[in-house]
Design a protein around this ligand. Sequence first.
Ligand code: C5P
Length: 225
Amino acid sequence: KSLVIAIDGPSGSGKSSVAREVARRLGLAYQDTGAMYRALTLVCLESQLDLQNQAAVEALAKRFFFEQWFDPGVGMVSAGIDVEHALDVTEEIRLPRVSEAVSAVATNLGARTELIRRQRAAIESVRGRMVVEGRDITTVVAPQAEVRLLLTASEEARLARRGAQLASSGETQSAADVARQVLARDAKDSTVVEFQRAADGVVTIDSSDLDFEQTVAAVIRLVKE
Ligand code: C5P
């Protein structure tokens, strides 16, 4: 039986690690849709494509190769201009140059339409047994999901988490730089997708004062209800 758990939220809300852990515990597949936007952005950058060229980015969205391992224990992403040029891009899509450019791709409506189509196909491919995480999952990609959740956290908590994430990945940016980037990205993303407020029928969990385990437990409780 279908069990789609749709999770939206801003960057640094902790939604990726929470979504992955929920999938692991419930034996569901896991899809990180941000990874698809990031991979398309990386492929555009590598092809020296002008990100402002809407038609060119949309055309590339339609033909680029993208594959994500749905096993929550793996989390590997491979992508390329086509299948022959596909590479493991798991680490590269997290680089600052990708984070800085990704909103330009995410605000391209033609590209979005294509990525949304692929994300829905991914849900179908596991017969709806999936935790799907992003910005527009509860509203656009899977509004019929059995569980729809907005995971928020205060600005303070989000910036602290993002900073800790970058530090552990060896990134040497200052906390102030990180803060500026995260807020700028959220502001740009908000122009196309509403992920700061919960849509009708979407449950909000504020994780500012919850630790990882408490947040995971709160999500699993929603499933059992
Ligand atoms: O979740 P993550 O921070 O990796 O997402 C990277 C970017 O991809 C976001 O900043 C946003 O621009 C875009 N995105 C989106 N819709 C989604 C998921 C991500 O527009 N469902």
